[in-house]
Ligand binder design. Structure first.
Ligand SMILES: *Cc1c(COP(=O)(O)O)cnc(C)c1O
Length: 438
């Protein structure tokens, strides 16, 4: 056993530190080669280089104080103005955040505080399709809002009638996704928003994933339903710059229909001996690098750049979907038309298929209910369509002919997916986390 890590009495040299870090990353996912299908949105080396420069340029600056760094305030307000225009939000107001989760946490907190102040609701509930991102469950957990998860329809989209039936006098917020992560389908935003409006409820569109994809997909001629502030009844929207905005990690935004609504997001404290404290979102210190890099990438790519990257992503995703649907035993879930989708099987163990693909160097996310494998397509995947499909074909054929899959995580996913007591499954995962972060 090696000694436990501790602060060494003497520091190492630049060279030694960097060499050690590079050594430690050799086991990391090889996203640069297009072998991973989640987590990294790779728009190419030119984008990566600009992000690195813009980020390091503002690495030390702190977005907490708009007075100390007018540059950051300027970047942030320009990013928000660009987003407001993309999402048809005249007069909307927002903030940048550290990621989709923080944007969603803020939207839920805002809805809770709005309802408490304006409607006297003290036991708030939010009604949402079961496919929404777990950040909403986290928000419910953190902020004491009851999460009412409504099963989706057979097409994996929100079931409007079931959502209607789930509303109560305590409902403070309804949610829809554009698109939802698991099957990549867009909820019926216009119908949901009309329902919210009819009942006088707030309605949040989670466009964390699709925010910087759908507007360009539409301009390219794809049939994209209205999903943003163009829809009456939409009162807030989240969109991640660090996904299809191709910004550096740590950049998302949340927008509200009015500045009055946004005010419920802000936190201020006027009684501190350390001075007046005002913070727009969850974070205290806000990394300047993330804000600066987001601004830089919007300027660098411009509409032309986003249209080009979106075109590549959508063409690549279509080729992958068609290739997968043509493989005996495999089927797409729902009717995904964008950049993200899942496939399952009635005859093959897809978790075993995931292990077989992993043995060939492909990392696919596993999903449950129903069991499926998941792909998030980025521009970097354009070059791997054929090799990926060839391996998938071979692995599926191998499994179909009774070949055993290599040892992997299939047993664990099978077990976790089948546990009838979901609280027990969640607890099992918590224990596993203890060992991961030991
Ligand atoms: C990624 C994602 C989120 C959460 O974003 P993070 O940046 O990972 O916190 C929320 N909603 C959807 C649909 C997403 O895809």
């Amino acid at each position: 056993m090696s000694n436990p890590p501790r602060l060494s009495p003497q520091g190492l040299s630049h060279q030694e530190v960097l060499a050690r870090m590079r050594e430690l990353r050799t086991e990391d996912a090889r996203w640069q080669e297009g072998r991973t299908w989640s987590l990294v949105y790779n728009a190419g080396e030119d984008v990566r280089r600009l992000l690195a420069e813009a980020y390091t340029e503002f690495m030390s600056e702190n977005g907490l104080s708009p007075f100390a760094f007018p540059s950051l305030r300027r970047f942030e307000s320009e990013v928000l103005a660009i987003a407001a225009e993309l999402f048809h939000g005249e007069g909307v107001a927002g903030t940048m955040t550290s990621g989709g989760t923080e944007s969603i946490l803020m939207a839920v907190k805002t809805a809770r505080d709005f309802a408490r102040a304006e409607r006297g609701i003290t036991e708030p509930e939010m009604v949402m399709p079961a496919s929404v991102h777990p950040a909403f469950q986290k928000a419910a957990h953190y902020f004491g809002v009851k999460a009412v998860n409504v099963p989706v329809g057979p097409d994996f989209r929100a079931d409007v009638a079931a959502m209607r039936a789930a509303l109560t006098p305590r409902t403070v917020l309804m949610v829809g996704s554009a698109p939802a992560y698991p099957q990549g389908v867009v909820d019926p935003i216009s119908e949901l928003a009309a329902l919210a409006k009819e009942r006088g409820l707030l309605f949040h569109v989670d466009a964390c994933l699709g925010g910087f994809l759908l507007p360009f997909a539409r301009k390219l001629g794809h049939a994209i339903p209205d999903f943003d502030f163009a829809v009456p009844g939409v009162t807030s929207l989240s969109a991640d710059l660090h996904k299809y905005g191709y910004a550096a990690k740590g950049a998302s935004l949340v927008l509200y229909r009015t500045p009055e609504l946004r005010r419920y997001q802000f936190f201020t404290y006027a009684d501190w001996s350390g001075g007046i404290y005002a913070s727009p979102s969850m974070a205290g210190t806000r990394p300047g690098g993330a804000i600066a890099a987001a601004w830089a990438i919007l300027k660098y790519l411009g509409e032309e750049g986003y249209l080009r990257l979106t075109g590549t992503v959508l063409d690549t995703a279509k080729a992958l979907r068609e290739g997968i649907a043509a493989i005996p035993g495999l089927k797409l879930l729902g009717e995904p038309r964008l950049s993200i989708f899942a496939f399952g099987s009635d005859t093959l163990d897809v978790y075993a298929l995931g292990d077989a693909m992993e043995a060939r160097g492909w990392k696919l996310d596993r999903q449950m209910m129903p069991p499926a494998l998941h792909l998030m397509v980025t521009p970097a995947h354009a070059k791997v369509v054929e090799p990926f499909l060839a391996d998938l074909r071979a692995c599926a054929a191998g499994l179909a002919s009774g070949e055993p899959a290599p040892e992997g995580s299939a047993a664990m996913y099978g077990m976790l997916g089948a546990m009838p007591d979901r609280a027990e499954a969640a607890d099992f995962i918590r224990q596993f986390m203890d060992s991961l972060y030991e």
